[in-house]
Design a protein around this ligand. Structure first.
Ligand code: SAM
Length: 461
């Protein structure tokens, strides 16, 4: 059966959308005869002129860009340098909601609960200030590793990775100011990109996803502070996974729905849930340039906080050991202020303001990435970590070796780069001014320190 025929059997089984959010079956079928839209989001921490002039994603104009065709991103050194993230355009609306609704009185703590591979974590990261902290969590271990890799490329020190079940977050009552739950779903909104989601679709699967979505939010919600904001998202068309969940959150967890300001020209479909009139925002590929997506925002009521529990957990964290001497040893590598923390012979940089957070989070969660890994100290030598080369704070004074596109691709394949280079020792290999990784230069060749597990495996010629 071709895609259209498969969809013709599924679409009549989708339940009606409450509050006027018309799910137009004919338009849906027609949209699925068109290719999926390709879009990227630029990294404001790693400015690059590439793609700057492409058409902007209307609801995330600062960084969202449409591409006319899908290039082979693996063969673009700028992709490996973290100059941009390949992200579906509709889901960038989470960034718009965050910017529009976050009410900050000082540094904030943000949890992205279902974060891999990292699209929304890198999006939120770009909207943070230096002393804010983002915990990007992923329950599935191999996916947490991919998440850490993508956040390493993004290059921020205030974006950490944990590998925990949502339930584990009850150990951090009232800790987060903002929580994003981009819940696992049936994925019907991505049918154009992922035909497996068409084959796996069934009314039973919708039910199973909807039960899991409620469980995930209920498990994690104690970690949101009273007055804090929850963003709930799916890439599903099913009302059971969207508006019905909104109703459940209002009825069972006493959340208050928030409206998100939108521009009518964006063609987003605003919905209201059946019982509580909770606001929802649907993205339909037949109305705008993006795939299917749903987002809703909520505030946790003030009365819901339990200060005594929060304080108890707060006291648990003890500042980890840090050495001023080692911090000064790593200072030449980064231009920003940081504290160097040592664990099992490895050093990593965090903001001094996050020292107590580290102790608390390490006692409550399985932390997979903390700040920026600095490297190791071996006698008089410092062995810089790959993460340093990708940091947005990499020192301007650090020795750099600019590579051409061909050389950069050889470097990223972890092959030998032969190049006249009068300077010796550690240098950051760069492409168009952005760090790719470390090389140690000998008189006429370079030892390539690009991580083996990250190397490009496809033919680059
Ligand atoms: N936010 C991600 C992004 O923008 O790149 C996409 C997240 S994807 C929609 C949902 C994630 O939830 C997946 O990474 C999946 O592994 C994770 N997940 C699956 N089951 C889960 C569960 N029971 N609890 C929490 N997360 C779960």
């Amino acid at each position: 059966m071709n895609l259209t025929d498969k969809l013709k059997t599924i679409v009549p089984q989708l339940s009606p959308v409450p509050g006027g959010g018309l799910l137009d079956s004919d338009a849906l079928l027609q949209a699925h005869e068109q290719p999926a839209i390709t879009s990227i989001r630029l990294n404001p921490g790693k400015p690059s002129p590439a793609f700057e002039d492409n058409a902007a994603v209307p609801w995330f104009a600062p960084g969202g860009r449409y591409l006319d065709q899908r290039p082979v991103f693996t063969l673009d050194p700028l992709f490996h340098a973290g100059a941009y993230y390949v992200q579906e355009a509709s889901s960038m609306f989470a960034g718009h909601a965050f910017r529009s609704l976050v009410d900050r009185q000082g540094p904030i703590r943000v949890l992205d609960l279902c974060a891999a591979p990292g699209g929304k974590s890198t999006l939120l990261a770009s909207l943070l200030q230096e002393n804010d902290l983002l915990i990007a969590n992923e329950v599935i271990q191999p996916r947490a590793a991919i998440l850490a890799e993508n956040l390493t490329r993004w290059g921020q020190m205030n974006t950490w990775v944990s590998n925990n079940d949502p339930k584990d977050f009850e150990r951090l009552p009232g800790y987060f100011d903002v929580m994003l739950i981009d819940a696992p779903c049936t994925g019907s909104g991505l049918w154009r990109k992922d035909e497996a989601a068409v084959d796996e679709w069934s009314a039973d699967h919708v039910k199973l996803c909807s039960e899991r979505q409620k469980r995930i939010v209920a498990d994690a919600l104690p970690a949101l502070k009273a007055g804090g904001m929850l963003l709930y998202a799916t890439c599903s068309y099913s009302a059971e996974e969207n508006e019905a969940i909104c109703d459940w959150l209002c009825d069972h967890l006493s959340l208050e729905s928030l409206a998100i300001p939108t521009n009518p020209s964006w063609q987003i479909t605003a919905t209201r849930s059946a019982h509580n009139q909770a606001h929802g925002y649907r993205f339909y590929p037949w109305r705008l340039k993006g795939e299917g997506f749903f987002l809703a925002a909520f505030r946790k009521p003030e009365a819901a906080e339990q200060p005594s529990r929060r304080e108890k957990h707060k006291d648990k964290g003890q500042a980890p050991r840090k050495s001023k001497d080692e911090t000064s040893r790593w200072k030449p590598f980064l231009d920003n202020d940081f504290s160097a923390i040592e664990r099992n012979g490895e050093y990593y940089a965090i903001a001094a303001a996050h020292t107590a957070d580290l102790a608390l989070l390490q006692s409550a969660l399985r932390i997979k990435k903390t700040g920026t890994a600095l490297g190791k100290i071996a006698g008089k030598d410092t062995l810089p970590d790959h993460e340093l080369a990708l940091s947005i704070h990499l020192s301007q004074a650090m020795a750099r070796l600019p590579l051409s596109r061909e050389e950069a691709l050889l470097f990223l394949k972890k092959e030998e780069v032969r190049k006249d280079n009068p300077a010796k020792g550690w240098q950051v290999a760069t492409f168009e001014g952005l760090g790719l990784g470390w090389g140690k230069w000998l008189p006429n060749r370079m030892n390539n320190y690009f991580p083996k597990s990250w190397r490009i495996r496809m033919d680059v010629r």
